[in-house]
Write a protein of this length. Structure first.
Length: 202
């Protein structure tokens, strides 16, 4: 580091030591634990109060202006939305091109086994029947949720506010993705590894 700047920084720290410590202590006194979501305070009013206090401290000490802070927040929110958008599209591609066809193929195989057992007669086929119902239900839910996810993603193109868009990605898109994964996991637990399109760790 440039010795001149190093000296200036050390002098500033020494001159503002007590003031800075008091600012930090004031910030630490705010119980910034997650609370009930409110308008403009998705993690609760205390977290919002802590963020406002930190922003004010940045402005006071010339770290960032309010405009600079808001710009950085916008960038973070945009990146957040882009990452989830990519993950959602990837999930849709996996489900529609790999997982759903695999479930359908194995269900078809079970149906063939069930029909053959019924032709012979006297052979219990409760296991195949239960698996067919279970896989068919999972496939139906995955398909319906995937369609809802597609529609939700398409509507986000019309939203320009980065905060509003990030909230929808968090509250709606992530929820749909999680629901899809749950049904896919349920199907994976009964579909043989030789049929399942991805490595199974179950």
């Amino acid at each position: 580091m440039n010795l001149q700047y190093d000296s200036q920084i050390r002098s500033w720290i020494q001159a503002h030591k007590e003031e800075t410590l008091e600012d930090l202590c004031s910030l630490c006194r705010i119980p910034s634990v997650r609370g009930e979501a409110e308008e403009n305070a998705p993690y609760g009013k205390e977290c919002a109060r802590a963020l406002k206090a930190a922003a004010a401290m940045f402005e006071k000490h010339g770290v960032f202006s309010k405009t600079e802070i808001n710009s950085r927040v916008d960038i973070i929110l945009e990146n957040y939305s882009k990452i989830i958008h990519i993950e959602a599209l990837t999930l849709l591609d996996m489900m529609t091109k790999e997982v759903v066809p695999a479930i359908s193929a194995y269900t078809d195989k079970l149906c063939t086994t069930l029909l053959n057992k019924n032709k012979i007669g006297g052979i219990n086929s409760d296991g195949e029947r239960e698996l067919i119902y279970r896989l068919s239900a999972a496939e139906k839910e995955i398909f319906a949720l995937a369609e809802e996810l597609k529609m939700t993603i398409s509507t986000l193109d019309n939203i320009t506010d980065v905060y509003d868009k990030a909230v929808i990605y968090h509250d709606k898109v992530l929820k749909l993705m999680d629901d899809i994964r749950k049904y896919a996991d349920s199907a994976e637990s009964v579909v043989p590894a030789s049929v399942w399109p991805y490595p199974s760790y179950g």
